[in-house]
Design a protein around this ligand. Structure first.
Ligand SMILES: [Zn+2]
Length: 387
């Protein structure tokens, strides 16, 4: 199994915007071998991969069928790390609110500076109401839709909405679920979903803290329901505790929730004593840190989460990636730096490599200093996308 170049895609008659990857060429019929080149293809040498022809020759003696998977590469893309970005996520217009569309503009500027050959752009997709209902109560989903349709500008005191918010929230979830599908299919190693509105404060029946639907919790349920995974882990390094995510899985022993966060602080949950309940006892790990904590505490917490993962052995690692623990962030009192976020990303990448066959996906949560957000998200993407 290997990754191949666009030259191989051309050979197999795929459209120009496809790239050949994860290629098993095993002809059923020996005559089919005439379609397979004997010589290396232009571009293979540059990719550092073995000459395509040699691999084909190596395989043609095996009896089986040819299997080929094509991945939409997009302009300048084609890497194995997916990034979901789209202007539609700026249409959730919250006005002069800390959780505003300019956050995504800053992130886009930062990601544009990275080596685009490492990245594959992902597209938004609208989630179904049934998918939202993996986590949320039907009455709550209908309530959000109704409040938006009635023209309300807030769902609660701190959660702004506009006429597009319901549709955009569906697309935040749907785009992420489609990205998870790509990872499960082996076409991507991991992904970062730069979506709004954020999700980790949303409870099953209540919006909270700028969040409408709990994107990451729905993602974990999707991995269980659509892909049959038995153990999914979530790590939340947003400076605020992810109350909605924790409560969703508090009695569930198949989803582990770990969080490092400022405490005491908003939203008031996330004490160390909150460790799960019933069957889920022991699959919640809260690591509260007082104001003033920073890179050292976040790294120690992430290592502790890693020790817990050695026991839990997750099949997929989901990250609630919030950057409001940065020293420059206006909404909290932690002192993390860009280098600190790189350090914890490396630990998380190692956890995913050890237990999850590398499968990792980040969901954007908070982060309200635009310069810090820009630098830290692109540092995370670069760390995860680079071998
Ligand atoms: Zn936050």
């Amino acid at each position: 199994m290997a990754m191949y170049s666009k030259a191989a895609a051309r050979l197999l008659g795929l459209p120009e915007n496809h790239i050949a990857c994860r290629l098993w060429i095993i002809p059923e019929n020996p005559q089919d071998s005439c379609k397979i080149p004997a010589a290396p293809l232009a571009g293979d040498e540059q990719s550092g991969l073995p000459p395509t022809g040699r691999i084909f020759h190596h395989c043609i003696s095996l009896p089986a069928v040819a299997f080929f998977a094509g991945v939409e590469a997009g302009p300048g893309g084609g890497g194995m790390f997916g990034v979901l970005q789209d202007h539609v996520y700026e249409e959730h217009d919250t006005g002069a609110h800390p959780e505003r569309k300019e956050r995504l503009v800053a992130i886009r500027d930062g990601i544009a500076l990275l080596d685009q050959s490492l990245l594959t752009p992902l597209a938004p997709k609208t989630a179904t109401v049934e998918q939202i209902a993996y986590v949320h109560e039907p009455d709550y989903i209908a309530y959000v839709k109704q409040q938006v349709e009635r023209g309300y500008d807030h769902l609660n005191m701190d959660t702004s909405i506009c006429a597009r918010s319901y549709d955009v929230a569906l697309q935040a979830v749907g785009g992420a679920l489609a990205g998870l599908d790509e990872i499960m299919a082996g076409r991507l190693s991991g992904a970062f979903f730069c979506v709004r509105p954020p999700g980790h404060h949303a409870e099953t029946g209540e919006s909270l803290g700028f969040c409408l639907f709990n994107n990451i919790a729905i993602g974990a349920r999707h991995l269980q329901k659509a892909h049959g995974l038995n153990r999914v882990a979530i790590y939340d390094f947003d400076v605020h505790h992810g109350n909605g995510t924790m409560h969703t899985f508090y009695e569930d022993d198949r989803v582990f929730y770990g969080s490092v966060h400022q405490w005491p602080w908003y939203p008031g949950t996330g004490r160390a004593e909150e460790t799960g309940q019933g069957k889920g006892l022991g699959t919640t790990l809260n690591i509260p840190c007082p104001a003033g904590a920073g890179d050292f505490e976040y790294e120690e917490a992430t290592l502790r989460f890693g020790e817990a993962m050695d026991k839990f052995k997750p099949e997929f690692l989901l990250i609630s990636a919030g950057y409001d623990g940065h020293w420059a962030d206006p909404l909290a009192g932690h002192q993390c730096t860009e280098n600190g976020y790189i350090a914890i990303t490396r630990i998380l990448k190692q956890i995913a490599a050890t237990h999850c066959n590398g499968r990792i996906a980040c969901f954007l949560e908070g982060g309200y200093n635009l310069a810090a957000l820009k630098n830290c998200v692109s540092a995370t993407v670069k760390t995860l996308a680079t071998a």
